[in-house]
Structure formats: C-alpha cells, structure tokens
Design a protein around this ligand. Structure first.
Ligand code: ACM
Length: 543
C-alpha cells in the first residue's frame, strides 16, 4: 500500500481530529491491546464480489469503543453514517455515536471520507482501508459511501468474539478494498398489478436489494388485472381498475402519498424508482375504468385471469393521448428519477402501424415531462430517439434494432433473468413458459455477451423482473426472488473475471444468517450448502 489513507485536504483535519480523539481517549487509561487471530479479508462472504481485495491478515475490533465520523463538507455523508450506525445496532446491539465530539472513550474509528481522488472510480465507487485502529471509507459522493457501507455491513461477523477482551468484539479482517460497479443500472422489477403488494412489502424488498447494491426498482404499476397508482385527474382508474387482482381478491393501489413514501424510502437507499404504465396493450383495467380508451372493439370487464395480449388502447383517438398526457404528467411530477417505462409488450391486438404510431407519440409525451422513455423490446420497431432505452426480454432482433439506433439496452432475458420462472418442477410458485431457472442457471450466464449484436457499450445494465401471477404476498415474493436476486446483483455489479459459480455458491451459502435475521422466506435450493439455515429444502418445495 503506497499511502496508508487516501484523503483530500478537507478530510485530513477531520481524520487528524479523530486520531487525536483516539489517542487522547487513551491517555487516562491504557488502550487495550487485542491479539486477533489471523483473518483473511479475501475469504469474506461479500456479494457482489468487490473489484479488488488486498488482505493484510489482522483485524479491526468493532466494539462499544468504536465511533463513526464523516466529512462534513458534503451533504449526505452524515445520513449514510447514521444508516450504518443503525444497521450495526440491528446486527450487534452496539450503539455507535456518529460525528459526536464528546463520544466518551473512543479506541477505534470508522471514518467516511469524501474524496476527489481519481483513484476512486465514478459516483458509486469506493475504497475501504481497514487497519487495526481505523476503517476509512473513501467515496466521491454519498452514493459511493452508501455502496461502501453495504460491504462493511457484510464483513461484520454475525456473532461477537467474547474471549478476546472484557467487552464483546466483532473482529473485521484488515486490508484494502477498491470497488466500483460494472453496470450503472442494476435492477429488479416488481409486478404490483397482477397482485398488489403493500408499501411495507415494497420497503422490505428495498431493504434487501440495497444490501446487495441494487440501485433501481422498477414498479410495474398497471396491467389488465389492475391499475395501482392514483391519478387525480382520472380517479376511476383506481376506484374501478384497482378493485381486484388475479384470483379475484380485492386488489389495492398506491395513493400518490404512498408512492411518494416509496420513492423517498428508495432514495434513502440510493435507489431509483422507475414507474411503468404498460400500454397500448395490457390496458384492460384502464379501459374498464374509462371505456372511451378501449380499442379492441369489446366491452371491457374486470379481469382476474392470467392471459395476455387481448387488450389495447384506441391508438387513433385524441382522448387517449390527452389521458396519457395526464398520467405521465402526474406520475412524473412525483418521480425524481430520470426514467418512465411505457411497457409496450405483447400488444397482440394492436395493428402494427397503430402500435408504431402510438409508441412514437407516447415517447414525445414522456420527453415533454423531462423523462427518458424505456419500453419492452417490441418498442424498437418504432422510430425512436437514441436517448430512449429498450428493455430486452424476448427478441434479440428487437434488441439489435435498438443498438442500430444508438439506444441503450437493459437485459432481462426471460430464460435467465425472470424471477417468476420456477426453479424446477417442484417449485411451489412460478411459471415455466420461458424456462426452469435453478439458482446456478440464474447466475451462470454472461450479460456482457448474452445477446448477439448487443455489445457491452450498449448495455445499460441487468434487471430481474418479478411478475406476480402466481404470488400474492411477501413470503411468496421472497421465495421466488431469493436467493436468485443475490446472483443478479453480482452479475450486474462485478466484472466477468470476478464471477465464478463455485466461489459464489459458498458466499451465497453464507447469506443464510442474514436472510434469517431479515426473516426472508427464501428458497433453500438443494444446490447450495446453506449455513445455519432456518429452512430445509423439504419444507419449501411442493409435496
Ligand atoms: C413481458 O414479459 N411481457 C415483458
């Protein structure tokens, strides 16, 4: 290691302050010397795997005499430190002070430092320098700091060592980690239309995703079976269109206040919410609410089944575009993220010319409200702006059209990345029209070269969509999403050289204590040698 700490001038005096504090706290009382057994940072169960790890084979003793400090110059760092302190308390019971000058006895510090160094790559990159006395986390932004503290959370042991000193200590292996993401877009999608999921359910999903450095949650807000977001200028969408769901249970919807609550919670986790209003197909719930929108020539009725492809808006009616303008405006006003997803998939009863006309008009509406349009891969048939994004799920031909137009592509190949596909023939939930996707199949593929004709430069990132035809509550959601979602996090964050199934599956096995602590009802796949899991394979598969 060239220099012990990589810090800028602003940070330097604060680190000095922290060091002085450390030393001064020890003047009265002799600082404890703790002899840690050798521990190897490279053997820790971090997911996604960081870009570079250099172990130094000692340990930092996290204990009640540890305090957290941050750069004060940059907004957001204090909140990231508070988040870390809160999570450390949840895991260890320790209550670490944040930026307190009178923190009492402080033997060791965690310092979250804003750096301008080009050694830290991009806004999400970070470095962790862990020595016996201090943990320095360097990041260029609070977003990078937030990603970095997830790594730190992962290397704090689940149980303390109570023999090294009088107080319980959680030894953290020393060394240096340099890390930054391979793809800027690392996402999951949740279909809240086929079955509705509460704000609390969505927040729990965000908690879990953020721990694995996922930074986008795409919400599929509307479909044939339900309209789930309040539109103040068209209130029947939720009054009527939100009243049911697949299977005939009462549905539900997010008020705009609920949606803002989700968006704010996501923002606290440095996660972008992408709203999707699927159109011109998948619009039965909208057309039942306002039959003037309907273009399939039939009288729409509430639908509780799972067929697709039977609905369409009337793409040649001005009222339809006035409606879409209101919907995009109202949702965009409460969506700080840069994207608006217009769906566009499986419009089987929309004539091709009408479909293309529609998508091109809707792209302009999305742009009018300052957003970048995303559409499922069928939209690539239209003549679209290079700034719009194509979401590949099924057709490589469409993905290629997008690349030719200079558009970015999101990868969600149904055969590899659909979280609603069954693990195997014994799966309790899910479908298998695209494939069975066991835990290894979900991980063993190469996004960088998966779609022929889609080079890495054209790939915005990877998304794992969770469609909800077969799941209706958080336990069932967790069964399909976990553990596969953990693999998608590594596929989208870590470089190809750093991904290896045999190595990953050991780190995955060691996620069991975290998943159990979070009360996640994951599928304990028999392909993984789970550590101390609450679940057995028998309990979680079909009889
Ligand atoms: C899709 O699965 N219809 C995008």
């Amino acid at each position: 290691m060239k220099n012990h700490f990589l810090i800028n001038k602003q940070g330097a005096w604060i680190i000095l302050f922290a060091m002085v504090l450390t030393i001064s706290s020890c003047t009265g009382e002799k600082k404890q010397v703790i002899n840690f057994p050798a521990t190897d940072l490279a053997m820790e169960n971090m997911i996604p795997k960081p870009t570079k790890i250099i172990p130094t084979n000692s340990a930092f003793g996290l204990d009640q005499f540890t305090a957290i400090y941050t750069s004060q110059s940059e907004s957001g760092f204090n909140e990231v430190a508070e988040f870390l302190s809160d999570k450390i308390q949840g895991k260890t019971g320790l209550n670490l002070p944040v930026n307190q000058s009178d923190a009492g006895t402080v033997d060791r510090v965690i310092y979250i430092n804003k750096t301008d160094s080009t050694e830290v790559a991009g806004s999400e990159g970070y470095q962790l320098y862990i020595t016996k006395d201090s943990i320095i986390l360097n990041a260029r932004s609070s977003e990078g700091a937030f990603r970095g503290i997830q790594t730190l959370r992962q290397i704090i042991p689940e149980v303390s060592n109570d023999t090294l000193a009088e107080q319980p200590i959680w030894p953290i292996p020393t060394g240096k980690i340099s890390d930054n993401p391979n793809f800027e877009y690392r996402a999951s999608m949740l279909d809240v239309a086929r079955h509705f999921f509460s704000v609390e359910d969505v927040k729990k999903y965000i908690d879990l995703l953020a721990y694995y450095k996922i930074n986008v949650l795409h919400l599929h807000l509307t479909d044939d079976q339900g309209w789930r977001i309040e539109i103040k200028s068209w209130p029947k969408l939720t009054e009527i269109g939100g009243s049911t769901e697949v299977g005939g249970e009462s549905g539900g919807f997010y008020t705009q206040e609920d949606y803002k609550d989700i968006v704010a919670y996501a923002a606290k986790h440095y996660m972008t919410i992408i709203p999707e209003v699927d159109m011109p197909g998948h619009t039965n719930a909208a057309s039942v609410s306002y039959p003037i929108l309907n273009g399939n020539g039939k009288t729409p009725e509430l639908y509780e089944g799972t067929h697709v492809g039977f609905s369409t808006f009337d793409t040649r009616k001005d009222t339809v575009y006035a409606f879409i303008d209101d919907v995009v405006r109202e949702i965009s006003e409460i969506t700080p993220g840069p994207y608006f997803h217009i769906g566009g998939d499986e419009s089987h009863v929309t004539k091709k010319n009408d479909y293309i006309y529609f998508v091109q008009k809707v792209e302009k509406i999305v742009q009018k409200y300052g957003k970048r349009m995303i559409g499922w891969d069928e939209v690539a048939q239209a003549n679209l702006d290079g700034s719009s994004v194509v979401h590949f799920w099924n057709s490589e031909e469409n993905a290629n059209k997008a690349v030719e137009k200079g558009m970015k592509v999101i990868l969600s190949p149904a055969t590899k990345a659909y979280l609603d596909m069954e693990y195997d023939t014994l799966s309790k939930f899910g479908l298998h029209w695209a494939a069975y996707i066991p835990v290894d199949t979900a991980y063993i593929w190469t996004p960088e070269s998966f779609a022929k004709g889609v080079p890495q430069e054209s790939i915005l990132g990877v998304e794992a969509p969770l469609w909800s035809e077969t799941i209706s509550n958080i336990d069932e959601l967790e069964y399909l999403a976990f553990p596969r979602m953990i693999g998608y996090s590594e596929l989208s964050w870590s470089t190809e050289e750093n991904r290896n199934w045999d190595n990953f599956k050991v780190r995955l096995a060691n996620q069991a204590p975290f998943l159990d602590r979070m009360d996640v009802k994951y599928y304990a796949s028999p392909k993984i040698d789970w550590k101390e899991s609450k679940y057995s394979y028998k309990e979680i598969s079909k009889d």
